[in-house]
Design a protein around this ligand. Structure first.
Ligand code: ZN
Length: 499
C-alpha cells in the first residue's frame, strides 16, 4: 500500500468516526430521546455535521488524491478506493459554503411546511417551498457538474452511473409488464386478507420479530431491535448495525415484514468487508441505495413471502400467535401476505403495484427538471399518473402528491432506487438459483444460510469495490435487466391468482 493511501485511510476513518457518533445521536432521537430534548439534540447534530464537513473538505485529501491518481501501480482496491474518495471529495468541495448553508435552511423550512401542508391537505401552502427546492437542486446539480443534465447529476448521487435515459429505458419495460400482470390479477377473484383485524399485542409481535431475526442470521451481538415511528436500519460502527420496527396492534404483518426488510439491510451492512485494511472507511460502505434496497426486498419479498419459507415457519408463527391465530391456516396466510391490490399509498403497496408508484414519481420528477411540468401542475399531474398506471383516483393531495417527505427535503432522484432495488434483487436471485438449484427446498427445510452465504460472498463483502453496474455484471454475468423481475412475478403470481 502506498503511503498516501495509508494517510488517506487515516483521515477517512476520523470522518467515519464523526459520522458514526452522529448516527448514535440520530438513532437515539428516533427511539428513546424524551421529546423536550429535541432543541439541544439539533444543536449537537449540527455541530457534528460541521465537524464532519470540515474533515471531508480537508485540502490534504485533495493533495493525496492527486498524488495517487498520478501513479500507475495502484492495486485494484487502491484504485476503487481512490474512485470513491474522489467522488465524495468532489461532492463536498464543489458546493460553495454559502450555498450549503442556504440549502440546509431552506430544506428545513420546506420540510416543516410540508408536514403542515400534508396535515391540512393544503398543497398551495407547500407550493413555494417545492419550487424553491427544485430551483436549489438545479443549482446544486450545476455546481456538481455543469456539463450534465441536472436530473442526471441528482440520480447519480443515489445510484452512481445511472441517468434519466438509462432509468427510463428500464422503467419502460417494467411498466408494461407490471400493468399487464396487474390487469390479469384484477380479472381474478380478489383475495381476502385474513390477517387484517387480528389483535396481536406488542409483546407478542416483538417475540415474532426476534424469532425471524434469528432465523435470518441477524447477529444479536452486533446490533439490536428497537421501536420507532418509521422503521429504519442504522450503522453506528462496523460491529453495531441496529434496526427498528413498529407495532400495529390490528395488523401484525406490518412489524413482521418491516423487521425482515430492515434485517435484510442490516445483514448487508454486517457483511461488508472488502479488505481488512480498509475497515471503517469508504471502501467498506454499501455500493448504492438500490443495491441496499435489493437486499432488504430479497429477504422481505422473495424469501420472506414465499410459500417455501412459510412451510417451515408457519407452525412457529402460529404457536407465537396463540389463540388469536387459530383461524389462520398456512394457505390463507400465504395468500393474505401476497395479496395484490392497487392503493394510493406507496409505502403500503404490494410487490406488483410498488414499481408503478415509483414510476409515477420518476416521470413527474423528470418532467419537473426538464421543464415540461410546472410546480403548480403537480397535483393534477399526480392524479393523472395514478389513473393511468394504477387505475385509481386520489381523493385529495394528502393521499396524492403530499404523501412522501422526499421532495420536501430536496431528495429528487431518490425514488428510482426503490424500484431498481426490486430489479437487482430479482436478478441476483436468478443467479443464486442457478448456483443453488435446490434453494427452495433448503428454505422449506428451515435453512436460509445458503442464501446468506451466497449474498455475503457475491454482494455484501464487496463494499464499494465496484460500481453498481460493474457489480451486477460481475455477479450475474449481465447488465441490469428488468426481465428477471418479470419472470419472478409471473411465476409467483400466476400460481397465487391462478392465471
Ligand atoms: Zn429499505
Amino acid at each position: 500500500m502506498h503511503k498516501e493511501t495509508a494517510r488517506l485511510l487515516e483521515l477517512d476513518r476520523e470522518h467515519s468516526l464523526v459520522m458514526h457518533i452522529g448516527a448514535i445521536l440520530g438513532w437515539d432521537q428516533e427511539t428513546y430521546m424524551p421529546p423536550k430534548a429535541i432543541e439541544e439534540r439539533s444543536s449537537q447534530l449540527a455541530l457534528l455535521e460541521g465537524l464532519a464537513h470540515q474533515k471531508a473538505v480537508n485540502p490534504e485529501i485533495g493533495e493525496l488524491l492527486a498524488a495517487l491518481e498520478a501513479k500507475s501501480d495502484l492495486s485494484e482496491d487502491e484504485k476503487a478506493y481512490v474512485r470513491v474518495v474522489r467522488r465524495d471529495y468532489d461532492r463536498e468541495t464543489k458546493l460553495p459554503e454559502a450555498f450549503v448553508t442556504e440549502y440546509a435552511k431552506e430544506a428545513s423550512l420546506s420540510q416543516a411546511a410540508w408536514a403542515d401542508a400534508k396535515k391540512n391537505n393544503d398543497f398551495a401552502a407547500f407550493k413555494p417551498h417545492l419550487s424553491r427546492m427544485v430551483e436549489l437542486n438545479k443549482k446544486r446539480a450545476h455546481y456538481l457538474n455543469p456539463n450534465a443534465k441536472p436530473y442526471d447529476v441528482l440520480l447519480d448521487l443515489f445510484e452512481p452511473g445511472s441517468t434519466q435515459e438509462s432509468v427510463a429505458a428500464v422503467f419502460a419495460k417494467m411498466k408494461s409488464y407490471l400493468i399487464e400482470i396487474l390487469t390479469r390479477i384484477r380479472e381474478r377473484p380478489q383475495i381476502e386478507d385474513k390477517c387484517s383485524g387480528l389483535r396481536v399485542d406488542k409483546h407478542t409481535q416483538e417475540r415474532i420479530s426476534q424469532y425471524f431475526m434469528k432465523v435470518l442470521g441477524y447477529e444479536r451481538d452486533r446490533g439490536r431491535l428497537d421501536v420507532s415511528a418509521h422503521p429504519f436500519t442504522t450503522t453506528l460502527g462496523a460491529d453495531d448495525v441496529r434496526i427498528t420496527t413498529r407495532y400495529v396492534e390490528d395488523y401484525f404483518p406490518s412489524s413482521l415484514f418491516s423487521t425482515i426488510h430492515e434485517s435484510g439491510h442490516a445483514l448487508y451492512e454486517m457483511g461488508i468487508d472488502p479488505n481488512p485494511d480498509y475497515r471503517g472507511t469508504k471502501l467498506a460502505e454499501a455500493v448504492s441505495m438500490a443495491v441496499h434496497e435489493s437486499q432488504s426486498r430479497l429477504w422481505e419479498n422473495i424469501v420472506g413471502r414465499s410459500p417455501a419459507f412459510w412451510e417451515r415457519h408457519f407452525p412457529a408463527l402460529s404457536a407465537l400467535l396463540g389463540e388469536v391465530g387459530e383461524g389462520l391456516d398456512l394457505e390463507s396466510f400465504v395468500k393474505s401476505i401476497n395479496r395484490v391490490s392497487p392503493s394510493l399509498i406507496r409505502t403500503e403497496a404490494d410487490e406488483v403495484t410498488y414499481g408503478l408508484h415509483v414510476i409515477a414519481r420518476f416521470e413527474l420528477e423528470s418532467a419537473l427538471f426538464d421543464g415540461s411540468l410546472n410546480v403548480e401542475e403537480v397535483p393534477e399531474a399526480w392524479r393523472a399518473k395514478y389513473r393511468e398506471l394504477l387505475g385509481i383516483e386520489a381523493p385529495d393531495d394528502r393521499q396524492g402528491c403530499l404523501q412522501d417527505v422526499h421532495w420536501s427535503m430536496g431528495a429528487f432522484g431518490y425514488f428510482p432506487s426503490y424500484a431498481l432495488g426490486n430489479l437487482y434483487g430479482a436478478q441476483f436471485w436468478a443467479a443464486l438459483k442457478k448456483e443453488i438449484p435446490d434453494v427452495e427446498a433448503r428454505i422449506s427445510g428451515g435453512d436460509t444460510s445458503a442464501v446468506l452465504a451466497w449474498l455475503r460472498k457475491n454482494v455484501h463483502v464487496q463494499g464499494s469495490r465496484y460500481t453498481p453496474g460493474e457489480l451486477v455484471k460481475k455477479v450475474t454475468g449481465q447488465a441490469l435487466d428488468p426481465v428477471w423481475f418479470e419472470k419472478y412475478l409471473r411465476e409467483k403470481y400466476s400460481k397465487i391468482y391462478g392465471f
